[in-house]
Every structure is written in structure tokens, then in C-alpha cells.
Write a protein that binds this ligand. Structure first.
Ligand code: BGC
Ligand code: NOJ
Length: 813
């Protein structure tokens, strides 16, 4: 294979990805913040910050899909004589003598060197603080005294990221700032209904500032050559309307070998209604002063950083594997878990592919994200489940999305995605198995956030199951509604109007007959979980009632959902088969193969094995399994968005990494460890890191939603990195099904499914108040646990019974 250019490498010891060339094939980003205050940061320090909600509380401005790419961010301009440069290379793009970006666990460190000066910036959001710290260290590595001019830069967003980009007739007149010492305050709309403001501070006296963009940059200049920086002189501009910014000016003298730290702080404050102002028109800055005081020295900031690192140490010590295979270990122990936290926090809202404006938290997405995250911070998972369930309707249907700030269902998109309810069971069961906390089922949870409508969470689970049963079609299979997991299979949409949304349009609302085999499989899988839960709770009648429904569904799939070599995908509105050998294109789809094999429907009749073989035969390619095959080559009015994509992209035969794990779990349940592993390794970032440095384009340390499939113009090219259900599914697959450590109500079930080549490995697993050290001896077996000992004593079956304390477990396969 041709030697590819490399842009970076893993540093496992520090849990970092080290980028050594700023001109990555696409901005390679990281996320800062863990709870309320968040930032996106690229390898050149581009990106933006927001509080809780990337749409409604955007703090700094960002321009998407820009020319040049990734413009806007937190920039430090260093003027050394006539040379102006940035530590992260952009925006000036002055060639650097050294460049490095280290993306770590919720922090990023960008270092640049030019003409004997090193500038290193550590970016992070301290735990529990509503602020981004930017600790800049300037070091004179030369033999002469350096007199530097330092300009900081942030551009304020006028809060609502959507209107900020469109309502200029208003926006250009509303911008307001205040300046006090070394702090620049952004207070647009504070005079009316906003009780929040932002500030940008530096912990040293400044020699000047600018707050008006046009003054700082110059109308005909760019971020690459702001006029104030070029002139080397701030203008102390005070923004009134137009575009407020924040720029500090600091003169720095460094002796040879001398180093100086500057702590910049981008903060967000909320005030009580009656304490908004300290004088007419003057914002009450008490809370800002207090926040600044907590982070105004290098020592305090270093302490906060150490706490952040300890926090991540603790999180990543809950599940830790040692296989001796670095590529696997680093994904399992570091990056996959990290990506799970990020998807849990952001759902699908804000990335370099999601604007943060279009989408809030997805009902199905957030439930799936739970399985990747619940072991990390169960209390947050618990709250999330309640928040999600509170957006459900009394008939079990649900809002497809909600806004994190208000936690209200999103009316623009509404409901009608008939897979949504089942995911609530999926998420809740994962939570209870991890924690043993059955009390969550007794929580009183409203419908559509309406006070007075509360029923128990258990009741929500029940109506979720019932929603499927109450919405069966002519083949007794689940009606698909607007769409199931595949948002683009819009079988009741029928649109010739490009101004209509595929997701929300139903042009034929009467007698919608389209049915989904994906939901059928999902119903059986989550139904089995529901039945087991009922049995656990002593609700025998309910368990029996649901078991009957599951049995009926299994029969319906066997009778109407099998195509001979694989499971059908759906029946369209007219009752025609989708995903059948009879079809001209898209004869086979991955989703129903995944879910029906996970549900083990027709295993005895050989259906599961045949379906899995068909996935290998028709869907698999060099880069993973495609969603459907062959790709659609034309738009099909009856199918909707799926056929709108060119061949090989997105839902039209792209490799949707999200659903590859479904088939992999199907393989694991069937005991086919070699096949499971080979599918898994194809989409495991560290396995394809080298090959993909340029072809793949997007970050080599996380999964992306889609890799272009075999029918695409450029197979193997990745898109939509970070915010994808792939994170949780990859985690669930490797931790529970491949490595085989599966939380259960009464303990941990051990049932690995491995490639024959696997050697002994050890998993360190914290579980409730216990800590297990589990060593597995595969002995060449792909599946099948022969013997388990717990602290030296033999255990019956495959579940290690839970008890607090430290335990040693040996497993022989
Ligand atoms: C995309 C889907 C996505 C949906 C969300 C579609 O355009 O292809 O992946 O889930 O939009 O609305
Ligand atoms: C992305 C969405 O976030 C997810 O909910 C959906 O299932 C997939 N796209 C497939 O369409």
C-alpha cells in the first residue's frame, strides 16, 4: 500500500491525539465542557461556545461551511516585530517553526513556535464552572529580549444562533458591551428579557482593547489580517450595534528564557430578575467578579485542570481492558468512552456537521446514547431518562426531539416516528441493570411536560410497548409512521415538492399501511427486556400479556418478513415489499438484518445464519457494511429521502457506522466470533487510522456517522464525525458482546464472543459498589463459557452474583 501522509498519532499515556500538521484534511475537533458550558474547538482553535443549548444560548459566533473552512474562534495574535502569527497557525497562517495540537479528555492544548517564541494555549472548561479557560504561556526561547504585542479575539454571538445569522435589520442595532478593567462584557438584549450576559477577561492589566469588529478587523480586511493588529495599536473601540467582539491588547516583554502565563476567561452569568442592574443601564457584575476570582491565577487554573484530569481518570477507570492489543485497548479505554460522553451531552445538536441550530436532543438518539454513558455517571443518565419520558404523549407516541434548555418537545418536527417509544425501554433497562436502582420505575413522569398528567415511569414503558401493538399493519407488522430508525425511509410522504420536509410531510395521512421489519425486530428485542423486567417485578400477568405479543410478532416476521435469504426491510404504503430479491434496487437492507438477528427470530429455522451470511455477501465491503444494496440510482416517490441521496452516501448505501454493530451483535449472539470481529475492526477508528489519514478525512480518533459506501464516488471517505449513535453502539458491542462483560439485574453476565485468535485478557470493571478484576482465558474458543470462579469459588451459570467489595474472577472458555 502506498505510504500515506500522516497528520497525527495517538499518545495513549496522556490519552491524547497529537496533531502535528495544522492543515488536516478537515478540521479535527474536540469538545470542552461536561455539563452546562460547552465549547467546540478545532485543531487551529476555531469553533464556538454555548451554555446548555447551542441554538438559544450561543455565546460566541461561528460561520459554517465557510471560505476558508473553519473561520472564527478564539484567536491570539502575536506581533513580534513585523511578523504576526497565531499559536494554532490560523487565521494568519504564518508558517510556524513548530506546531502541535493535543486533543485530550475535555481539553485541548495548542502550541506554536515562531522566531524563538513559543505560545502554548491550554483550553478547558473547569468542572462545574460556566467558563472556558484559555491559559496562554508565552516563552522566549531565543537569546534576545522579546517585545511582543498580544491581541486576543472572540466574537460575540447575539445569543440566538438562528436569528443571529438572519435578522440583520434588528441585530445590527442591538449589540451592547461594557468594559471594566481587563474585562469586556457582552450584554446585548440584557436591557430587556435576558437575565444573562457573557464576559471575556484576562488576569493582567491591559494596555488597550477593542469591542467593535469593524474597527478591529477593518471592513475590507479579514481575520487573517485585522487592521488593528497589523498597525500594532488598539483603538479602544466601544461597540454600539453592528458586531460586538472582545479583544484585549497586552504588551509583553520577555527576557531570554523567560516565560509568562496569562489566564483568559470566557464566562457566562445569569442574574436574578431583581438583581440585574447595579445602576441604571449598568449590569450587576458581582457574579462575574466572583467567577473571575476563582480562576485568576495560574495556580488556581492548574488546580482546576488537575481536578478535570482526575474526573476523567475516575470515569475511565470504571471499565478498563488489557488485551495487549493497543489499537483495541485505546478505543475501549479512552476514545470510545469519551465519544460516548460527548454524544450523551450533545445528542446530535452541535458539531462541524450539525449547526447546533437545527436539532435539539433526539428521543431515540438520547436513549441510545444512554447505553454508552450510563456506567460513567448513572445519576445523569437517570435524569436524562426522566427528561426524555416527560416528552411522551399519553398514547405512547413521542416528540422526536426536544430542546435541552426548555426540555420541551419540539413542535417543528413533532412525533410519529414509530420506533421512538421502544427506545425508552432500551435506555431504562440499561440504567437499571447498571445501577440496580428499580426506584426509577416509580418516578412520576408527566406527558408532554403537562403538570397534573404524571404517571409512573413504568407506565410509560408499558404504553411504549402498547404503542407498537396498537399500531400494527395488514401483515400484523408495526406501522412505520413517518419513519423508523431510518429517518429517510419515508413511506407515507409522497413528495414531489422540494420545499417539503421528508421528515414531517405526510401527504396521505389516511390508512397509512407501510410496515417496518426494523421495528418488528426492535420490538422483540426490547419486548424481551420488558418481559424480563416485569418478571423481576413480580408482574406476571403483564409479562404473559407481552410475551404473547412478542410471540405473535415473531410469527408475523417469519411468515411475512422473510425473503428466502434475508429479512425484508418493510412493506410500502401499497403493501409492496421493500428490501426483497424481487426489487430492482436495494434488494437487501441492513437494519432488519441487524434487529431480527439480535431478536434471534427464526434462529432454529436457519434464518439468522442466512441473514448474517447475506450481510457478508451483499453488504460488506472494504470499509464496512453498507446500508442497502444495490444503491438506489433514482428518486422513488414512494420511498422518500433515502432515494434522494446519490449512490453510496448517507442512507442510500453509505456505510452507516451506527447500524454495523447491530449485525455484529447478531453475529455475537450466533457465536460467530471471527465474523463479529472482522466487521468490528473495519469500522474501529484506531484500526483504520493509518489507512484513513487522508482518505477518511475526518478525525481518526472517533467514529463518524457515515463512511462512503462501495457505490460512492469515493468509497471510504468519512463524514459527520462525533455526534452519532455509532459511539454508544460500538461501546455496547465491544464491552458487552465481544469482550462479554454485561451488567444484569443481579450481577454481571460474562459471555464473550471472540475471534479464534484472541488471547487472555483482563477487564477491570467497577459495578455499583463492587470492583471486579475479570480475566478471560479464551483457549481458542469463539464463544461459550465453560467455567467461572469468583474469588476462587466456582460459580454456576454465567452471572457473577453482585456483592460489594473487590473481587477476582477467572473465566475459562
Ligand atoms: C439525514 C438523516 C437524519 C435526518 C434528520 C436526514 O437528512 O440523512 O441521517 O437523521 O436528516 O432529520
Ligand atoms: C441520524 C439520526 O440522528 C438518527 O436518529 C437516525 O436514526 C439516523 N440518522 C438514520 O437515519
Amino acid at each position: 500500500m502506498e505510504q500515506q501522509k500522516r497528520y497525527g498519532h495517538f499518545d495513549d499515556q496522556h490519552r491524547e491525539y497529537v496533531i502535528t500538521d495544522p492543515q488536516t484534511p478537515w478540521p479535527w475537533i474536540n469538545y470542552l465542557g461536561n455539563e452546562d458550558f460547552f465549547s467546540l474547538i478545532s485543531n487551529t482553535a476555531g469553533g464556538y461556545s454555548f451554555y446548555k443549548d447551542a441554538k438559544f444560548r450561543r455565546i460566541t459566533r461561528y460561520r459554517y461551511n465557510n471560505v476558508p473552512m473553519d473561520n472564527g474562534g478564539r484567536y491570539f495574535y502575536i506581533k513580534d516585530g513585523d511578523t504576526v502569527w497565531n499559536p494554532g497557525w490560523k487565521p494568519c497562517k504564518t508558517p510556524l517553526d513548530f506546531y502541535e495540537c493535543r486533543h485530550g479528555m475535555s481539553y485541548t492544548r495548542v502550541t506554536g513556535r515562531k522566531n524563538g517564541v513559543e505560545a502554548s494555549v491550554l483550553f478547558f472548561v473547569p468542572l462545574k464552572k460556566w467558563a472556558e479557560v484559555q491559559k496562554l504561556t508565552l516563552t522566549n526561547q531565543s537569546n534576545e529580549v522579546k517585545n511582543l504585542k498580544l491581541f486576543s479575539f472572540e466574537e460575540w454571538c447575539l445569543w440566538n444562533a438562528a436569528t443571529d445569522m438572519e435578522n440583520f435589520q434588528r441585530n445590527f442595532s442591538t449589540g451592547e458591551v461594557e468594559i471594566e478593567g481587563s474585562t469586556i462584557y457582552h450584554k446585548t438584549e440584557y436591557r430587556e428579557r435576558r437575565n444573562h450576559y457573557a464576559f471575556y477577561h484576562v488576569n493582567t492589566p491591559i494596555q488597550g482593547f477593542d469591542t467593535d469588529r469593524e474597527t478591529f478587523v477593518g471592513l475590507y480586511n479579514e481575520f487573517a489580517d485585522p487592521q488593528v493588529v497589523i498597525e500594532g495599536k488598539p483603538r479602544n473601540s466601544h461597540a454600539h450595534g453592528w458586531s460586538p467582539i472582545a479583544s484585549h491588547y497586552i504588551e509583553v516583554t520577555l527576557q531570554p528564557g523567560e516565560s509568562k502565563d496569562f489566564v483568559f476567561l470566557l464566562g457566562y452569568i445569569e442574574n436574578e430578575q431583581d438583581k440585574k442592574f447595579s445602576a441604571p443601564q449598568v449590569i450587576n457584575k458581582d457574579k462575574a467578579h466572583a467567577l473571575i476570582a476563582e480562576l485568576d491565577t495560574t495556580q488556581k487554573v492548574d488546580q482546576a485542570f488537575a481536578e478535570l484530569c482526575q474526573y476523567w481518570d475516575a470515569l475511565l477507570n470504571i471499565y478498563n481492558v488489557r488485551t495487549g492489543n493497543d489499537k483495541l485497548d485505546r478505543m475501549v479505554n479512552i476514545w470510545n468512552q469519551y465519544q460516548c460522553m460527548v454524544t450523551f451531552n450533545f445528542s446530535r445538536s452541535a458539531s462541524f456537521f450539525e449547526s447546533g441550530i437545527g436539532r435539539g436532543m433526539g428521543f431515540r438518539d438520547s436513549n441510545q446514547d444512554l447505553v454508552g454513558f450510563v456506567h460513567q455517571i448513572p445519576s445523569r443518565a437517570r435524569q436524562r431518562i426522566i427528561d426524555i419520558a416527560s416528552t411522551q404523549f399519553p398514547d405512547g407516541g413521542c416528540y422526536h426531539q426536544y430542546q435541552p434548555l426548555t426540555k420541551r418537545g419540539n413542535n417543528d418536527i413533532g412525533g410519529g416516528f414509530n420506533d421512538d417509544p421502544c427506545w425508552l425501554i432500551f435506555g431504562t433497562v440499561a440504567y437499571i441493570k447498571e445501577t440496580g436502582d428499580f426506584s426509577i420505575l416509580d418516578e412520576m413522569v408527566p406527558f408532554d411536560n403537562q403538570p397534573g398528567s404524571e404517571v409512573t415511569l413504568f407506565e410509560h414503558l408499558k404504553i411504549s410497548m402498547d404503542h407498537v401493538i396498537n399500531n400494527l399493519g395488514p401483515h400484523m407488522l408495526p406501522l412505520i409512521g413517518r419513519a423508523d430508525w431510518n429517518d429517510c425511509l419515508n413511506l407515507n410522504c409522497f413528495s414531489w415538492d422540494p420545499n417539503e420536509s421528508f421528515q414531517t410531510t405526510e401527504n396521505v395521512s389516511e390508512g397509512t399501511k407501510a410496515e417496518s421489519l426494523m421495528i418488528a425486530g426492535l420490538f422483540v428485542v426490547t419486548g424481551k427486556d420488558y418481559v424480563a423486567l416485569c418478571q423481576k417485578l413480580g408482574k406476571t400477568q403483564e409479562a404473559e400479556r407481552m410475551q404473547k405479543a412478542i410471540d405473535a410478532m415473531i410469527e408475523a416476521v417469519k411468515k411475512h418478513g422473510w425473503d428466502g435469504e434475508w429479512y425484508l426491510r418493510a412493506y410500502d404504503f401499497y403493501g409492496n415489499k421493500i428490501g426483497s430479491n424481487e426489487c430492482e434496487e436495494a434488494k437487501i437492507f441492513i437494519e432488519s438484518q441487524g434487529w431480527c438477528t439480535m431478536a434471534e427470530i427464526g434462529a432454529q429455522e436457519g434464518m439468522v445464519a442466512k441473514s448474517l451470511d447475506s450481510c457478508k455477501k451483499y453488504l460488506e465491503c472494504e470499509h464496512g457494511m453498507v446500508l442497502n444494496n444495490p444503491a438506489f440510482t433514482k428518486y422513488i416517490y414512494e420511498y422518500g429521502e433515502i432515494s434522494s441521496y446519490p449512490e453510496g452516501y448517507k442512507e442510500n448505501a453509505g456505510i452507516f457506522c451506527h447500524n454495523n454493530p447491530w449485525v455484529i451483535i447478531g453475529e455475537c449472539l450466533a457465536g460467530r466470533g471471527n465474523d463479529a470481529w472482522s466487521h468490528y475492526a473495519k469500522i474501529l477508528p484506531s484500526y483504520v487510522e493509518e489507512k484513513y489519514q487522508t482518505l477518511h478525512k475526518v478525525e481518526p480518533y472517533v467514529n463518524c456517522q457515515m463512511v462512503a459506501g462501495k457505490d460512492a464516488f469515493k468509497p471510504g471517505e468519512g463524514k459527520n464525525s462525533w455526534l452519532t449513535g455509532t459511539a454508544a453502539w460500538m461501546w455496547y458491542t465491544v464491552s458487552e458482546f465481544i469482550l462479554g462483560i454485561k451488567p444484569d439485574y443481579d450481577g454481571i453476565r460474562i459471555d464473550p464472543c471472540l475471534p479464534q485468535t484472541a488471547t487472555d485478557y483482563t477487564v477491570q470493571r467497577k459495578f455499583r459498589d463492587a470492583e471486579y478484576e475479570i480475566t478471560i482465558h479464551p483457549n481458542g474458543a469463539q464463544k461459550g463459557v465453560k467455567a467461572i470462579t469468583l474469588d476462587g469459588q466456582p460459580v454456576d451459570g454465567t452471572v457473577i452474583p453482585y456483592s460489594a467489595g473487590k473481587h477476582v474472577v477467572e473465566v475459562t472458555m
